[in-house]
Design a protein around this ligand. Sequence first.
Ligand code: NAG
Length: 471
Amino acid sequence: TPKKPPRKTGESSFLANARLYGHGITASYGEMCYHDNSLVSASLEALIQHLVPTVDYYPDRSYVFTFLLSSRLFLHPYELMTRVCHLCVEQQRSGDGIQNHVAPKLVQLLTEWTETFPYDFRDERMMRCLKDMTHHVARGDEYSWRAMQQMTQRLIKRLSALGQYEEAVAALNTVAMERPASLKSKQASGQRSDVLSVCDDPFVLAQQLTHIELDRLSFIGPEEFIQTFAMKDPLENHKGFFRKRKTSNLEAYVSWFNRLSYLVATEICMPVKKKHRARIIEFFIDVAQECFNIGNFNSLMAIITGMNMSPVARLKKTWSKVNTDKFEILEHQMDPSSNFSNYRTALRGATQRSETAHSSQEKIVIPFFSLLIKDIYFLNEGCASRLPNGHINFEKLWELAKQVSEFLVWRQVICPFDRDRRILQYLVTTPIFSEDELHLASYESEGPENNMEKDSRRSLSCSSLLSNVNI
Ligand SMILES: *[C@@H]1O[C@H](CO)[C@@H](O)[C@H](O)[C@H]1NC(C)=O
């Protein structure tokens, strides 16, 4: 029998393993596989090694981002940090006299990590690791030591801002949950001010919505997109970490969308007079139009969703008083058919405007967020993370990183509009109806039209009576 050729590793194997693949060249360097000079797959070990700088090597920035982002599908960030630091320290030991050349590169890597994924360092062990590395670097390189100190201070600032934000959101949610009795029934709801009494200029309201969107977006960590899937991967053995659900800012943002939809529906269902309800519908159509013009697709979609909720949609007499031409155009823009193709075209338009923007207002792109999450989710589900040989499918990781990095650009925009505290406060805290309450309010506005609606109202009134007497 013919002898197997010896297994070749390292760059010398380039010719041995290179083969034509389509029109491009596929090549393997030991544990790493390239196609047309782009990394397509590799073992986890090789990927970790590839992240570690040496005297004459620093990983490509896009690689650093991609691997830091998605390595958490395979191992805990702390585990990665430990291994990277260990490899660095080993290198310094073996290459005496040249350690000063590696230290600045290690500082650069850790800077990229702490600035792009600061939330990884809410784990005390990560912080301890950072401290250890500071001590390590300090031996013989004062410049790098100082850089480490500054980096740590910036990180602590970021994390404390995050803590404050989380507390503020929790406090606002508590206020919004305190449901005054006035809201429990529509007759008594006259005491609650309505949106028009707080702001009757659609452009100003759209600006304030954009503030809320950008505020909340700015606190979402890029890794939250990936951690939503990592948590439910049964193959991984670090479930404890992910079960803590480190995706709270992403969830807070999704709840904001729901709140806005319910707020719109509440405002429309609450007024006793048909004319007043119609005026509020028209107002929100104008707000939606302004959101579209600004590039705030998330608020736009939340408003359309609120208008399409059945307690609102069924108010036929009210809708008959409204000119719906503008609304139909907006709905067409956000039409889900053909995989949201109209919306995707509009989003591309906004993205191009943003890239060539002269003012910060033109820079604004706020995607319809649930769809972005869905796209990333299906990208992850539709494609294996590992190849049959156990290698990590890096093509998939590039694709994930591409989608998430686009989001990072959008997240950076500073909102150029003036803040109006009273309107902002109203939007995030004013009480809103629950789904059942919306239905009841809607039936009070326009009575049930058929037996199904009559039954529905009867059972809703019954359960609301029961809940009011606290059984
Ligand atoms: C919808 O379009 C997005 C973006 O082009 C794509 O990533 C996704 O796979 C598409 N989904 C379906 C179900 O076709």
